[in-house]
Design a protein around this ligand. Sequence first.
Ligand code: HMH
Length: 208
Amino acid sequence: MPLTCKSLLQTHTEAWQRATVHPFLTGCQQGTLQPSQFNTWLVQDYLFVKDFTRMVGRVLAAAPDPHLDALLAGLVALKDELLWFQAKATERQLDLNTPRQGSCERYCEFLASLAPAPYPVQATALWAIEYAYNQGWQLPGPMPAPYTEFADRWGNPGFTDYVNLLAAQADGALATANESTQTQAERAFLRVAELEAAFWQMAFTPED
Ligand code: HMH
């Protein structure tokens, strides 16, 4: 049986829960998060998304022809997202020229480390990274202002369709992958889960 995105979620429910359910997100939903905590996440996520965009560029370079369209759409969305992060930072008077915190740095190092990985591994990691935010921002339920637009960005139906397409592409690539590649894909999935949990936590421990 080849590995699939669904089987990864079924095998690793607890790791995935830690990646997608966090006091940061419930704090947004309940209005109890400190603005400074939110701002820490906002700046660090902008730094992450810049490197993530470069990773998606590398996934595109490794992808088979039928996968190009979805990945190009993803890159177009990221172009808009980077400008949107800049606008949000300006509104909040945040300095984007800030060093990466440890958890952001480690996540960016992981993204870079995927460069030589076989395409099925890269496709699985890309799906997991996008699905983490798609689920994380949706699970708490409707978010009040000023967080509504943040929840919508990753929770909207168009983004959900995109994530489903990424899962189908990862599954397609995994279907013919050898065992060693499947093992690498599973490790990448677990590493994404771990790095996502640490990324939320960073807002509460600014030194990390
Ligand atoms: C940490 N993971 C993190 N930031 C993001 N913006 C995404 C995933 C989704 O794109």
